[in-house]
Design a protein around this ligand. Structure first.
Ligand SMILES: [Zn+2]
Length: 245
């Protein structure tokens, strides 16, 4: 039993590590490598004080805010702000939106994939010519227009060896497809987490509603009882008079 819990914990930590690495690439793409540390600070935490983020990144508060604002433009982070009563200014607290970051990443990867697939199609279906002296490559149409001779140096064009390029493109496509698969898996894990939290909230709401209903019913019953007592007391007071009549 203990072993099982330990291994579950291990899986959880590994999942988090994997996710952190993936999310770092998102920040790297959007801003720069240095800023990617922000993921370490936000991952697994909610409402992180921006001053502690700045301190950890060794940046000024304005530089830190600029990064965070940029990320929030993409919906990757969100904030709440609280007024510092003593100083009178607002402090922002930041939370990572993992699901949105993963969505953005998979969007970007799909764009890259599409681009690579177009290149592959182009390389498989069309011939290309190159001037080896100038290292300028042209497509068949341009080569034909130039009479298969480089207009710069008058060298005769050589047919490009597309097979190496095709191999390279296919490797890149395979890699990106694997990445997309991995990201979509992470997205699913995140969605399950979100759904679990939603379900928890819903259940809590239902229980509170039920409790309120029960309490209201109790109140009504107590009120009714009190009124009945009052009424019976009045009757008792009146009844002796009736006997006198
Ligand atoms: Zn040339």
């Amino acid at each position: 039993m203990k072993k099982k819990i330990l291994s579950l914990k291990k899986v959880k930590i590994e999942t988090q590590k994997r996710q952190i690495n993936i999310l770092k690439t998102v920040v790297e793409d959007l801003i720069n490598k240095q800023s990617a540390t922000i993921i370490d600070l936000l991952s697994g935490n909610k409402n992180v004080n921006e001053f502690s983020i700045a301190k950890n990144l060794k940046l000024t508060i304005n530089q830190t805010r600029n990064i965070l604002y940029k990320l929030s433009d993409f919906g990757i982070v969100s904030f709440i702000r609280k007024k510092d009563k003593r100083k009178g200014w607002y402090i922002y607290f930041w939370t990572l939106n993992t699901h949105q970051a993963l969505s953005l990443l998979s969007e970007n990867l799909n764009k890259k994939l599409e681009n690579l697939k177009n290149q592959l199609k182009n390389r498989t279906e069309e011939r290309h010519y190159i001037c080896n002296t100038c290292s300028i490559e042209v497509n068949e149409e341009t080569a034909l227009l130039n009479n298969f001779t480089c207009p710069e140096c008058e060298e005769v064009y050589q047919l490009t060896n597309n097979s190496d390029i095709i191999k390279d493109l296919q490797n890149k496509i395979n890699r990106i497809e694997k990445e997309i698969e991995m990201v979509s898996l992470e997205k699913k894990i995140e969605e399950e987490k979100i759904n679990k939290e939603k379900e928890k909230k819903r259940k809590k709401f239902e229980t509170e509603k039920k409790e309120k209903r029960i309490n209201a019913a109790k109140d009504r019953k107590a009120k009714k009882l009190a009124e009945e007592k009052k009424l019976s007391r009045k009757k008792k007071k009146k009844s002796p008079k009736k006997i006198k009549k």
